[in-house]
Design a protein. Structure first.
Length: 151
């Protein structure tokens, strides 16, 4: 399965830190609304069966969150991904996680909405804790799970 991984630009952004060394196709997203639109509109979406997106949530400390839904003033979009299976894979790899159906706000939500629209629902967004809370051990476990799901 050809899956694209995305994260937000920034050397100290934990989403970037997480995917930078994974041997898969990646798209680094700009940290602005206009930049996101351009990034997501310009990538060759037909080359990928799905997209796994990563973003930072400063409120997370000891687990990651799999988001099911994005919502903007244009409407609500849900992933078609089997997030329960993804959660189980993360559990098997030792990654504490939970699934949320509540849309977030701001940049991650907007990026997710645009990607769900572009990929006809074949995207999923995973929020990770800030860099200071992600140990090398948990990072390696997340990478292992993602590689099993995507690469």
């Amino acid at each position: 399965m050809d899956i694209l991984l995305t994260a937000f630009k920034g050397e100290h952004n934990s989403s970037y830190q997480l995917i930078k060394d994974i041997e898969c196709d990646k798209l680094l997203l700009t940290n602005s609304f206009d930049g996101l639109e351009e990034d997501i509109e310009e990538f060759e979406c037909e080359e990928y069966s799905a997209v796994i997106m990563f973003g930072l949530d400063t409120k997370l400390k000891d687990r990651i969150r799999i988001d099911v839904r994005a919502q903007t003033e244009f409407g609500t979009k849900d992933t078609v991904w089997d997030v329960s299976a993804m959660s189980e894979m993360l559990d098997i790899c030792g990654v504490p996680n939970y699934i949320s159906k509540r849309p977030t706000k701001y940049l991650c939500n907007y990026a997710y909405y645009l990607m769900l629209t572009r990929m006809c629902g074949r995207a999923v967004f995973i929020h990770v804790p800030p860099e200071k809370y992600i140990t090398d051990e948990i990072k390696n476990k997340i990478v292992s799970a993602i590689q099993k799901l995507s690469c």
